[in-house]
Design a protein around this ligand. Structure first.
Ligand SMILES: NC(=O)c1ccc[n+]([C@@H]2O[C@H](COP(=O)([O-])OP(=O)(O)OC[C@H]3O[C@@H](n4cnc5c(N)ncnc54)[C@H](OP(=O)(O)O)[C@@H]3O)[C@@H](O)[C@H]2O)c1
Length: 269
């Protein structure tokens, strides 16, 4: 999709971070928006601001991606108000820090319900309409952690590996219907993600080294460029792409570094 003008974009998790940054940049490019997340009042503030800045049609709806009824309502709102669904961006997601033995079943379920089941429900609901249209783009936000799993974020990484599997399989399932499926694999970037992550151990936090961090705006720019160029996989920095690609061939090296006590200590504040 080279031109966003008049195209309809559905974005999950649009109330903060990457979802919010994407909303502004897509509007700037002339795209119409349906924004969803649980904090509808924040979505409405974003809607007002975007409409004022870009004179673009923006709709907002309460959305809990882990709830089937809420997802059906969200897609229903899109169909009632727009003639098509050109691009669905499955961005909503949460983090979880903790060693596996310290994670409760309910926290595990919360993580997978949002990060994996959420994309399953959203996509399942959107596919029939995209098939009918004979076109559409589905963008799934995974993570560099969808390639490389490290201590303390093991379960979060598992959820993002699942998103990668879902993305690659869907791309192959849907190609013949004219539907493109894109996977996004960002490394760390500034957002509310780190404060919102489920923490399973008292005082656990991930050390944020500014040097490695990108911003939501830069990640959003890269995604928009990737959609315009029709990329299958979007990495934000070339060295992150190299790390992801090297991992399978140099697993022993990654094991050596990531298994060390020093590495785990370094992750914490
Ligand atoms: N930040 C990073 O370093 C990083 C790196 C790689 C990948 N990612 C991925 O990037 C995506 C965006 O994260 P972010 O960094 O922008 O984090 P964020 O600032 O915490 O934003 C997360 C968004 O997801 C929404 N959300 C959470 N649970 C939801 C649910 N059940 N239903 C609907 N929306 C829900 C939140 O909105 P409400 O609270 O209003 O529902 C919020 O808008 C996530 O998938 C994350 O895994 C982040």
């Amino acid at each position: 999709m080279k031109n966003f003008k008049g195209k309809v974009f559905l974005i999950t998790g649009a109330s903060s971070g990457l979802g919010k940054a994407l909303s502004y940049k897509i509007a700037e490019n002339g795209g119409y928006l349906l924004l969803g997340s649980r904090r509808k009042e924040i979505l409405n503030e974003i809607k007002k601001d975007i409409e004022k800045k870009f004179s673009i049609k923006v709709l907002t709806t309460y959305l809990d991606v882990s709830d089937e009824r809420s997802v059906k309502n969200f897609i229903g709102t899109a169909l009632e108000n727009f003639d098509s669904i050109d691009c669905l961006i499955n961005n909503a997601g949460i983090g979880l820090y903790g060693r596996v033995e310290n994670v409760s079943l309910s926290d595990y379920e919360k993580l997978f319900n949002i990060n994996v089941k959420g994309i399953f429900l959203m996509t399942k609901e959107a596919i029939p309409y995209m098939k009918n249209q004979g076109r559409g783009i589905i963008v799934n936000i995974s993570s560099l952690a969808g390639y490389v799993s490290t201590p303390i974020i093991t379960l979060y990484a598992s959820s993002k590996f699942a998103v990668r599997g879902l993305t690659d399989g869907l791309r192959r399932e849907l190609k013949s219907y004219g539907i493109k499926v894109i996977g996004v694999y960002p490394g760390p970037f500034e957002s509310n993600f780190f404060d919102n992550a489920v923490k399973t151990e008292e005082g656990i936090r991930i050390k944020r080294r500014k040097f490695f961090f990108s911003t939501s705006e830069k990640v959003a720019d890269k995604i928009i460029k990737g959609i315009k160029k029709g990329k299958k996989n979007i990495f934000i920095k070339p060295d992150w792409k190299i790390i992801a690609k090297l991992h399978d061939n140099l697993t022993f090296l990654f094991d050596l570094i990531l298994s060390s006590e020093k590495y785990s200590k370094n992750l914490r504040d």
